[in-house]
Design a protein around this ligand. Structure first.
Ligand code: GAP
Length: 453
């Protein structure tokens, strides 16, 4: 496993994210809200492409998974029963010198003693648990009964709605319930850009099965999830699978894998795949007094299903996509001049903009009309960017930085002015190789769709 870190590369990625409109600090003009991020025009497309592809392969293309969209505000009793109210905490210490609040398990050590990463002070308090949940008051009264929480994970509404989904979707074991949505944790030290945030999104599947099949489905989902990352362009050799040792697993888990990625700040977790046994359903059955069991028509037995949970972070995966895509190369033009090309090599499926459409000249009505026609034809099927300003090379470079995999240039050959055989053809430029080919306008849509879907 590589432990290489590259802070300079990370700085360049953060700077490109701001410059090109992928990710901005939340409330930036007021000094920023620590641990919260806003996704700009390119970032929101990238994030949506990721979530839509996850939903497609995890829900729509399967017979055994259905979806749910639960509320963010969560009944206190849910998070009491799940164990979050009592134990969802990180160890915290205070630095008595600079008053910083720090995560006790992430303190750097010098000469065998822990020190404050801000001021270097060694006068630290004893560690104490700090609950990570955000609480709020529901309604006008402020008594303890009105406390509600912002959910710290999407999983709990799936467990709590298990019976309703089972009754309405009429599924038989094994089957899963999937959800994508926001989760909130009052992290002591948000860090590494969006990697550890206070507001983030998760993509979670709770896959219910017979108790004797739990370990089999754990292996199955680990493999499926590895394939997923490869299908969005993250190569297998940048992924690591950590078998979480028993001592580090939740006490109810019979097996957990962490899928990790080689970020520029180190190898870190993207997703956990955990066999949670029947813990969650049992807890909610006991606390609510409502049955959450399953009747097996074949064996005529009633039991609480076990669950295997692949739980991925949307923001962390977006960050991995950004880190993986960033590339710099030296290119030399036809006059022999060298320059650095910054190119985001996103998989076309994930790329925020799929294709740029460029009329060669903006003051030629026929070229512009043809370009607008092509834009209108492609738009219902993919995100298209129309650009008529600046030299064509500059327009290509701008799209390279946005990670747009294809560029279409409408030139005088398109109008049949040079060779009537080239009438209604365009130049199709490929981002990665910068190679150009001549393609018929009538073939563009199917050619592009085969790459970006
Ligand atoms: N339901 C299980 C669960 O929530 P987790 O390991 O705490 O498990 C799952 O979270 C995933 O959610 C993580 O692998 C990570 O991708 C993402 N995640 C967790 N905390 C996060 C944070 N503070 N910022 C960004 N993503 C986070």
């Amino acid at each position: 496993m590589s432990d290489k870190t590259d802070p300079q590369r990370m700085e360049k990625i953060v700077s490109l994210c701001k410059r090109r409109g992928f990710i901005f600090q939340s409330s930036e003009i007021y000094g920023g809200l620590n641990g919260c991020w806003d996704y700009g025009p390119l970032g929101v497309e990238l994030k949506n492409n990721l979530k839509q592809y996850w939903w497609r392969v995890m829900v729509r293309e399967r017979d055994d998974v259905v979806g749910l969209d639960g509320s963010i505000l969560t009944h206190r009793a849910v998070l009491k029963a799940s164990g979050h109210e009592d134990t969802f905490s990180d160890p915290m210490v205070d630095c008595r010198t600079c008053k910083a609040r720090l995560r006790a398990d992430q303190l750097p050590e010098k000469n065998g003693s822990k020190q404050c990463p801000n001021c270097g002070g060694k006068d630290l308090t004893e560690a104490r648990p700090f609950n990570l949940m955000f609480s709020t008051q529901m309604g006008a009264s402020a008594d303890p009964d009105s406390i509600a929480y912002l959910r710290p994970e999407t999983a709990q509404s799936i467990f709590v709605q298990f019976k309703n989904v089972l009754d309405t979707a009429r599924k038989k074991l094994p089957f899963g319930i999937a959800q994508i949505g926001k989760a909130f944790r009052n992290e002591i030290n948000p860090r590494n850009f969006t990697f550890r945030s206070r507001e983030f999104e998760q993509m979670e599947l709770e896959y219910f099965c017979r108790p004797e099949e739990g370990m089999k489905w754990l292996e199955y989902w680990k493999e499926e999830r590895l394939k997923f990352y490869e299908n969005i362009g993250i190569p297998r050799d940048k992924l690591h699978v950590l078998t979480v040792p028993e001592a580090d697993r939740a006490f109810y888990s019979k097996g957990t894998y962490d899928i990790e990625y080689e970020f520029p700040f180190g190898v870190q977790e993207l997703e956990g795949v955990a066999y949670r046994t029947d813990y969650d359903l049992k807890q909610h059955q006991e606390a609510s007094g409502k049955p959450l069991d399953y009747f097996d028509e074949e064996t005529k037995q009633r039991f609480i299903p076990h669950v295997v949970e692949p739980s991925a972070g949307v923001d962390r995966t977006v960050l991995a996509l950004l880190c993986n895509a960033y590339d710099e190369e030296t290119v030399t033009d036809e006059k022999g001049k060298s320059e650095t090309r910054i190119v985001m090599r996103f998989h076309p499926r994930m790329a925020p903009i799929k294709v740029g459409v460029f009329p060669l000249l903006k003051n030629n009505e026929q070229l512009v009309a043809k370009a607008r026609e092509i834009q209108a034809a492609l738009r219902p099927s993919m995100n298209v960017f129309y650009d008529e300003t600046g030299a064509i090379g500059r327009r290509y470079r701008r799209q390279d930085e946005a990670g747009t995999p294809f560029g279409i240039t409408i030139d005088f050959e398109t109008l049949g002015e040079k060779d009537v055989g080239l009438l209604d053809t365009v130049t199709l430029r490929h981002r990665d190789s910068m190679k150009q080919e001549r393609v018929k306008i009538s073939e563009l849509l199917s050619l592009l769709l085969s790459q970006v879907q």
